[in-house]
Design a protein around this ligand. Structure first.
Ligand code: SDX
Length: 432
């Protein structure tokens, strides 16, 4: 395999070194190209650009492979759980019993949101978009914990561990509090003796005098959903967290920026768009064929939401796992959701249709996740908040790779300028 490349421009050759990752991914190192040749590289949306070296997640979109720190997602889904996988993503190894206990205790100790911080919720209309509230309340963690709003954790790991536990645990609690606030219900305090997911369900659905009784299948399904969302290479929101963290911004502020990116319907907001799509098909009495025909028009407003992916040109392995878990859960709960039948029909039809086959469009993580969340009793408005809670370990791990990189530099992409060339100022009286 070549470890050098060369670029010929006019009659000049520019030698470039080649980087090869541990899974054989190859990249041409163009860091010196502009200085040597005067040429930039152009890659709108960075779809063919490696912005960093990372040891967290390996993803092969053509083969439909996803691994966290080398462990296949299928094995983690079968044998692990969200908190253990979060530890793996953040710290690089599966925790032994002692480290797992310590991590869990840290999360439980920092589950509550202080009374002063609870006042922030009152500043929002009850029908405000939950992701807008989540982004700003998470950003305020930097104001409430200024001693942790620093980025030199690469040296001070004890503070990093504390900031990590607070970010994971409090973002989960803020999510539950948003649900309560939007529904005009009093907040339910976290319980120290409840595991992460059970505590979330308790804070969402318990009432003042009646604790929510968590059905094991429900907590397990939520656990699996969060695990599958834990990280996903340099997706839009994670790349945003790295971008903001590269300016030495603190963890909470960087995560808040990632939440903003995740809220977009082309990214984390897709699970909400999938449910709206399925509900519209159901309400129109369409068996899905009319919708599929419209989705093939190519217009962005008619897309088959939950299908296609910026990287996967094969099945998103998470979609397969969630699809099966969805069927199992609905069967166990005795729920017969017509939207699942519609989703399965759309899936079967699209996978046989030349339009989708030729464009390598397959179901992604969002295609079934909404149906499983609905079965858990989680409202559509909270779907992307759940995605954010699941993605927090990946954001933390990526932020730490940036903060701890001694050779790191601030992200500062260049551009190709296509605006007006130089011109003189025109005084008001001479303007048309
Ligand atoms: C997530 O990056 C990540 O890792 C993200 C994520 C994560 O875990 O962080 O995996 C989470 O964001 C999953 C993706 C959720 N988004 C959706 O489900 C929205 C629907 N999908 C599409 O909008 C689209 O597929 C994207 C945005 C996901 C990917 O877009 P691309 O790769 O830029 O594809 P494209 O827009 O260039 O489309 C290529 C062709 C076009 O047709 P032609 O111009 O070639 O004729 O495919 C068509 C598109 O019109 N197309 C679709 C389609 N997606 C692409 N046609 C119908 N329905 C779709 N869903």
């Amino acid at each position: 395999m070549a470890n050098t490349a060369s670029l010929k421009i006019d009659d000049k050759e520019f030698p470039l070194s080649v980087m090869i990752g541990t899974e054989g991914e190859k990249a041409i190192d163009v860091r010196k190209l502009r200085a040597d040749s005067g040429y930039l590289c152009y890659d709108q949306g960075y779809g063919n650009t490696g912005s960093c070296e990372s040891a967290l997640t390996y993803l092969d979109g053509d083969a439909g492979i996803l691994r966290f720190r080398g462990y296949p997602i299928e094995q983690l889904a079968l044998h692990s759980n969200f908190i253990e996988t979060a530890y793996l993503v953040i710290y690089g190894e599966l925790p032994n019993a002692e480290k797992r206990k310590e991590f869990g205790l840290n999360l439980r100790q920092h589950a509550a949101i202080e009374t002063q911080m609870q006042k922030i919720f009152e500043g929002y209309p009850k029908d405000a978009p939950p992701m807008a509230m989540l982004a700003s309340i998470v950003a305020s963690l930097a104001a409430h914990y200024p001693h942790l709003a620093t980025n030199d954790f690469s040296k001070d790991l004890a503070s990093f561990d504390l900031a990590t536990a607070m970010a994971m645990s409090k973002i989960r609690t803020i999510g539950a509090m948003l649900y309560r606030y939007m529904n005009g219900k009093p907040y339910i305090a976290p319980k120290q003796d409840l595991p992460f997911c059970e505590n979330f369900l308790h804070m969402m659905f318990s009432e003042a005098h009646q604790d929510y009784v968590s059905v094991p299948e429900v907590a397990r399904a939520l656990n699996l959903l969060l695990l599958l969302h834990a990280d996903h290479e340099q997706n839009c929101s994670t790349a945003t967290v790295r971008m903001v963290g590269s300016s030495s911004a603190n963890l909470f502020t960087s995560i808040s920026a990632g939440i903003g990116a995740l809220s977009g319907p082309l990214h984390g907001g897709a699970n909400v768009a999938v449910m709206q799509m399925l509900q519209n098909i159901h309400d129109d009495g369409d068996d899905g064929s009319r919708f599929i025909a419209a989705a093939k028009s190519g217009s962005k407003s008619n897309r088959l939401m939950g299908f296609g992916h910026a990287v996967y040109r094969n099945f998103d392995p998470r979609a397969k796992i969630i699809g099966q878990a969805c069927e199992d859960l609905l069967k166990k709960l005795g729920v017969n959701d017509p939207l699942l039948d519609i989703a399965k029909r759309l899936n079967e039809t699209a996978l046989k249709d030349e339009y989708f086959i030729s464009r390598k469009l397959y179901p992604n993580v969002d295609f079934y996740s909404g149906i499983i969340m609905r079965a858990l009793g989680i409202p559509v408005s909270m779907f992307t908040v759940i995605f954010a809670i699941g993605r927090t370990p990946g954001w933390i791990a990526n932020w730490r790779e940036v903060a701890a990189n001694p050779k790191g530099r601030i992200y500062r992409p260049r551009q190709i300028y296509v605006g007006p060339t130089v011109r003189d100022f025109v005084p008001m009286e001479k303007r048309t």
